[in-house]
Design a protein around this ligand. Structure first.
Ligand code: PMV
Length: 314
């Protein structure tokens, strides 16, 4: 009978990754150049999952896809529905393991899709609880910023244990994102920072403090629209993340290339050690040269977009 859909954009962490795990504030923005979408429709028998990366029944999902199964089971339980008699078609253009929030976005699209399919309203609280099921599965002890960045449609100010605050932009942000094409294992990166904190507590805590301070400054600069200064803070944050050991030569090179080609600032985004970086540009026009330079430097994929108070054009 009815087909239902569920959608989720991906996200970028503008500033504050890693330090956010240690209670510092961070800023994340929606990124909809890549997204996850599901279509759910009736089909007699065990639930089928049809996707680019997996086709089969929920009962025979390989271990690395168990998170999806958990999400479907937990959502059906919440809906008082049995896990049978429907198919889920999942399409995601979000590259996996690149710090773009692919796992949280896929979970969000499935949860939204199932609530639509069973014609039930989905509260933000229920969505949060259900996304957490898969995030804990995928990441161990996430700060929760991925989840919030993905379920909110506007830039957010995030601090562990505090209410999310939406951030209004006074000027549009012109951004180029580049994918190194290399998996950045967030779990490993977070563990390496934890080890560093044990080995060099003072220096590491100083880095967290600096990243927190930079996040506060960026928040103010978003309000005043001083993009040149904002760009400088992004570069400082990248250097601090490098000091924490979560950058790599490829990411450093892309940051360099962006700055040489006129970007106001650039940094890695997400867990690091591979994954993605982004560059902030002065105008939509300025993104063209930066994007071309990043492609030239070997980026696997690049995206340009403009963010204006949560509404994106690209
Ligand atoms: O999932 P990623 O790669 O965007 O990383 C999330 C941000 C971290 O601060 C590195 C981890 C976390 O749980 O906040």
């Amino acid at each position: 009978s009815v087909r239902a859909r569920g959608f989720s954009h991906s996200k970028l962490i503008l500033i504050g990754e890693h330090a956010v795990v240690y209670d510092q504030p961070a800023i994340a923005i929606p990124f909809d150049a890549v997204s996850a979408e599901v279509t759910i429709y009736p089909k007699a028998g065990p639930v089928e999952l049809i996707s680019d990366f997996y086709q089969g029944r929920m009962t025979d999902l390989p271990t690395k896809m168990q998170g999806l199964k958990e999400i479907v089971s937990a959502t059906c339980e919440k809906l008082h529905q049995q896990v049978k008699d429907f198919s889920i078609e999942l399409t995601s253009t979000i590259p996996i393991g690149r710090g773009l929030g692919s796992s949280a976005a896929i979970a969000t699209s499935i949860i939204r899709g199932l609530f639509n399919y069973f014609e039930r309203d989905l509260s933000l609280k229920t969505l949060r609880d259900l996304v957490d099921v898969s995030e804990t599965y995928a990441h161990g002890t996430p700060s929760g910023i991925d989840r919030e960045a993905v379920i909110n449609d506007e830039p957010i100010w995030f601090q562990k244990g505090e209410l999310i605050e939406p951030i209004e932009l006074s000027v549009p942000l012109n951004i180029v994102v580049a994918d190194t094409g290399r998996i950045g294992d967030t779990h490993l990166a977070v563990t390496s920072v934890k080890d560093r904190l044990q080995e060099a507590p003072l220096a590491t805590e100083q880095s967290f403090d600096k990243l927190g301070k930079l996040a506060r400054e960026v928040r103010t600069l978003l309000k005043t629209g001083e993009l040149t200064q904002l760009g400088e803070r992004l570069v400082k944050a990248h250097q601090e993340l490098k000091a924490l050991g979560v950058s790599d030569p490829g990411l450093d090179h892309y940051v360099e290339v962006s700055l040489l080609n006129g970007a106001l600032g650039a940094k890695l985004t997400g867990g690091g050690r591979g994954g993605c970086m982004f560059a902030l540009c002065a105008s939509a026009e300025a993104t063209i040269g930066v994007e071309a330079a990043l492609k030239n430097a070997g980026a696997k994929e690049t995206w340009s977009f403009q963010l204006t108070s949560g509404v994106m054009t690209h």
